[in-house]
Every structure is written in C-alpha cells, then in structure tokens.
Design a protein around this ligand. Structure first.
Ligand code: AP5
Length: 227
C-alpha cells in the first residue's frame, strides 16, 4: 500500500526514547505513504521560536530535558489535528508521552470516529541513544536530519534535500540534558508500551539496526496496519 492506494485516514504512533529514530523514520513514512508527520517537539520548538504564550512556558522546561505540561502539548496537538492537510492520516512523532496524553488522544479520535492503526515502539538501548543524540544535526531550513557518524550529507555541510548550508544542533542535545530526557522517558513514557499492548495495537521494531533496515521493518508494519 502506498500514497496512491491509501483510502482511509490512518493514525500511526511512533513510540520510543530520545534518539530512537522517530523523526528519521517519520519522514521516510511521510514520503512512502503520504501521511503527515506531527512532531510535538517540532511544534513546541516552533512555538518557542515564534514567542507564543505556550512557547514561552515550554522553553525552560525543554532546555532542562523535562516534559512540557500535558495541557500545553494536548492543546498544540489538538489545534494541529484540526488543520486540513492531516485529513489523509498522521504519524504522531513524540506524542503521546504520558498516560494523560494517551487518554486525551483516545478521546479526540473517538470524537471524530478515528482509531489508532498501530503504535510502533522503536526499541533501542540507552547507550545508543546518547551517541545518536550527541552526533545529531539538522538542516535549519527544511528539517532534514543528519548524524556525524551514521548519516552524513553527500557534500559536507550542505543539505542533500534542499541545498542549504544552514545546519543546526538542538539546544537540548547537551549531555546533561540528554540524561534528564532519558529519565523522563523511562518514568513517564515507557508505560505507554503496556498501554498500547493492552489495546492490541502495539508493534515493536528493533531500532538498533541500520536506518534502512529499521525503515523496512517499520514500513512493512505500517502497510499491514493501514491495509
Ligand atoms: P522531541 O523533539 O520529540 O525529542 P525526543 O523525543 O527526545 O526525540 P528526538 O527528536 O531527540 O529523537 P528521535 O527519536 O526523533 O531521533 P532522530 O530521528 O532525530 O522532544 C523534545 C522536547 O520537547 C522533550 O524533551 C520535551 O521537553 C518536549 N516535548 C515534545 N513532545 C512532548 C510531549 N508529547 N509531551 C511533553 N513534552 C514534549 O535520530 C537521532 C539521530 O540518530 C539522528 O542524527 C539520526 O540520523 C540518527 N539515527 C536515527 N536512526 C538511526 C539508526 N537506526 N542507526 C544510527 N543512527 C540513527
């Protein structure tokens, strides 16, 4: 199944710790299936940059590696889900991250007659996460992600996708912040693996493999889940 044959709105969740590859894989799924990537991290960073009320409240929390309040994140996601481009279906990248967010998502989808096709858990060990995050950089213009070791652009410093030379590193990718993000993941987000397991939509993928191999596994799982 691909973008041309997808007939009903799909809802996919990518679950996983910081650096698991959620953003990398969500972008590949977007291209393959025509779904829209909704990253609450990206939405929050845009709010911080725009200086909105939510962004002002989120900034210090994100820089400390803690989770932004459920209230702010749910409101941001609800607004984004109301925009017309998501009608074909979405890949939720980094949401939900708490049980309260998962329950809010269930209620939101129930109100529009939608359901979760799959919650795909990217399994990766803590040491790999730290090395992935510390080597990560992104094109500041189109958002394409790169890594010092695992994914370099064809020409050093130049984005393969849009040709920009504006590469940026995230403020929360410092070693001390990464430790807090991992702690928040284990305490507040990892319980969602059981939450979706109990609802029969959990799929797991070995995210320690190379990017292309993880992509194949996730794309096969997605094709089955949205068929
Ligand atoms: P967010 O932006 O969601 O960050 P995160 O979950 O910490 O995840 P990352 O973006 O760091 O990693 P990723 O899994 O997308 O990995 P990537 O593909 O980039 O959240 C940031 C902050 O916002 C949070 O800390 C919180 O404060 C707040 N927030 C966001 N959502 C929230 C919510 N719902 N509730 C409350 N607060 C929220 O890959 C990482 C690197 O590894 C890349 O360089 C990539 O090239 C490389 N890589 C990827 N896959 C592989 C592979 N298989 N092998 C080798 N390298 C790989």
């Amino acid at each position: 199944m691909d973008a041309a044959t997808l007939t009903k709105p799909a809802v996919l969740i990518l679950l996983g710790p910081p650096g698991a590859g959620k953003g990398t894989q969500a972008r590949l799924l977007e291209q393959k299936f025509g779904l829209v990537q909704l990253s609450t991290g990206d939405l929050l960073r845009a709010a911080v940059k725009a200086g909105t009320e939510a962004g002002l409240q989120a900034k210090a929390v994100m820089e400390a590696g803690d989770l932004v309040s459920d209230e702010i994140v749910i409101a941001i996601l609800r607004d984004r889900l109301g925009e017309p481009d998501v009608a074909r279906g979405v890949i939720l990248d980094g949401f939900p991250r708490t049980t309260v967010q998962a329950e809010a998502l269930d209620a939101l989808l129930a109100s529009t007659g939608q359901k979760i096709n799959a919650a795909i858990s990217l399994e990766v060990d803590d040491a790999a996460m730290v090395s992935r995050i510390s080597g990560r950089y992104t094109c500041g213009d189109c958002g394409e992600g790169y890594h010092d070791t695992f994914k370099s652009p064809d020409v050093y410093g130049i984005c393969d996708k849009c040709g920009s030379g504006n590469m940026v590193r995230r403020a929360d990718d410092k070693a001390e912040t990464v430790a807090s993000r991992l702690e928040a993941y284990h305490a507040q987000t990892a319980p969602l693996i059981a939450y979706y397991g109990e609802r029969g939509v959990l799929k797991t993928v070995d995210a320690m493999l190379a990017i292309d191999d993880v992509a194949s596994a996730i794309q096969q799982t997605t094709a089955e889940a949205i068929a």
